[in-house]
Design a protein around this ligand. Structure first.
Ligand SMILES: C[S@@+](CC[C@H](N)C(=O)[O-])C[C@H]1O[C@@H](n2cnc3c(N)ncnc32)[C@H](O)[C@@H]1O
Length: 372
């Protein structure tokens, strides 16, 4: 194994730490010995990814790294979960800043896991990667043998690695099958399959809700007309061209007309919004007293869910005023650390344009949480 077990301050018995790991050669059917000295599927895969891992810093620049490090400083002697490990940029900044910190990184994308393990191997037993969805954060933490953790960070959405992959269908910059799954081993429907299965109204709703695209109905009609002609949209280029023809392109448009449709489909394929509220609630439950949760979002829909979920955990009731009793699930477990979200400086945005829409919100678990 490249990354060994992290130190366990509150070890419980019976955890199966390998449950979420990528299979070894006997499970994967890939012949051992392809890579010198290391007899695992992951090692074989890492050999081919080694070059990418060496370039990880340039493949994906972490957003607001200094702010994440500053927020986590008070919990930096302990154990932290990076719920969206990606290429390990935030984990690297944290492990490099705090020598007593250990991190468990979670990502649903096996390629990201491989690259981050390679990049962070120098931190040895202080880092461990787990292939999972952060909707499973509670079982990941329990399986690792922890009762609680001291910090959790999440940097939502896709990584530049995913967006810039020529064959994964996230971007119309490359002609590829319309896939868009962050985890291609998951058995989830691809974007093309989603467009084949949904009704016109459902497609329009997805594009409107997740892409905030005003012309969603027109785009959905064009997608379904093409499907009805026996020629469903199957590739990124086909979809980008169709949207451009459906809505036209104005000369002063700053973005490609299909940008919002692509974002919407990606969010729908990966069910990105569905799990967020529960993720915040589960994360807060897992924090030790004084522990901190920090989440970076990239669009308003995500930010609304994070803001509301943190407010709900800080004692704000969202029930209609007439209700005699609170039923919204409000608790009084955290203090909000960011009344207004932290946003990147102009300097960061000019160096890393992907950061321009980022918002960072954080909260801290209270010392004494009332029993429920
Ligand atoms: C913006 S990138 C994170 C980049 C990382 N912070 C870095 O500095 O390299 C988001 C990552 O989160 C992963 N991801 C998104 N949703 C996830 C989920 N529900 N569970 C686990 N990983 C997820 C994606 O696969 C992607 O690798």
């Amino acid at each position: 194994m490249i990354a060994e077990k992290v130190r366990l301050p509150e070890k419980r018995t019976g955890g199966n730490e390998n449950r979420f790991l990528i299979p070894n050669s006997s499970e994967s059917g890939i012949p051992p010995g392809t890579c010198p000295n290391i007899d695992t599927y992951r090692a074989v895969r890492l050999c081919s990814l080694k070059e990418k891992a060496d370039k990880a810093e340039t493949l994906h620049k972490p957003v607001l790294p200094g702010e994440i490090v500053a927020l986590m400083k008070p919990v930096s002697r302990l154990v932290l979960i990076d719920a969206t490990l990606g290429l390990g940029g935030h984990s690297e900044a944290l492990l490099g800043s705090f020598e007593d910190l250990s991190i468990v990184g979670i990502d649903r994308d096996p390629e990201a896991i491989g690259l981050a393990e390679e990049r962070l191997a120098r931190f040895g037993s202080r880092f461990k990667a787990v292939h999972s969805n952060f909707s499973e954060i509670e079982s990941v933490v329990r399986e690792m043998g922890f009762r609680s953790v001291d910090g959790i960070v999440a940097d939502l959405g896709v990584s530049s690695l995913q967006l810039d992959s020529e064959d994964r269908g996230f971007s119309f910059r490359f002609d590829a099958p319309l896939d868009m799954r962050m985890n291609r081993d998951s058995g989830e429907k691809t974007a093309a399959e989603l467009l084949e299965g949904l009704s016109e109204e459902e497609i329009a709703d997805v594009i409107y809700k997740f892409g905030e695209e005003r012309r969603s109905r027109r785009i959905a009609r064009w997608i379904v007309n093409r499907r009805d002609e026996g020629n469903p949209v199957r590739t990124t280029t086909e979809l980008a061209d169709l949207v451009a023809r459906a809505v036209g392109r104005k000369r002063n448009d700053k973005i490609h007309p299909a940008t919002r449709t692509f974002q919407a489909l990606r969010i729908a394929v990966n069910r990105e919004i569905e799990v967020l509220e529960e993720f915040v609630a589960d994360s807060i439950d897992l924090l030790s007293a004084g522990g901190r949760l920090a989440v970076i979002t990239f669009h308003s829909l995500e930010d609304r869910v994070i803001k509301r979920s943190m407010q709900k955990a800080s004692g704000r009731c969202f029930c209609p005023p007439k209700f005699p009793k609170c039923v919204c699930g409000m608790t009084d477990d955290v203090e909000i650390l960011t009344r207004k979200p932290i946003v990147p400086s102009e300097e960061e945005v000019s160096e890393n344009p992907r950061a321009r829409s980022a918002k960072l919100r954080a909260c801290q678990k209270k010392q004494a949480v009332k029993p429920r």
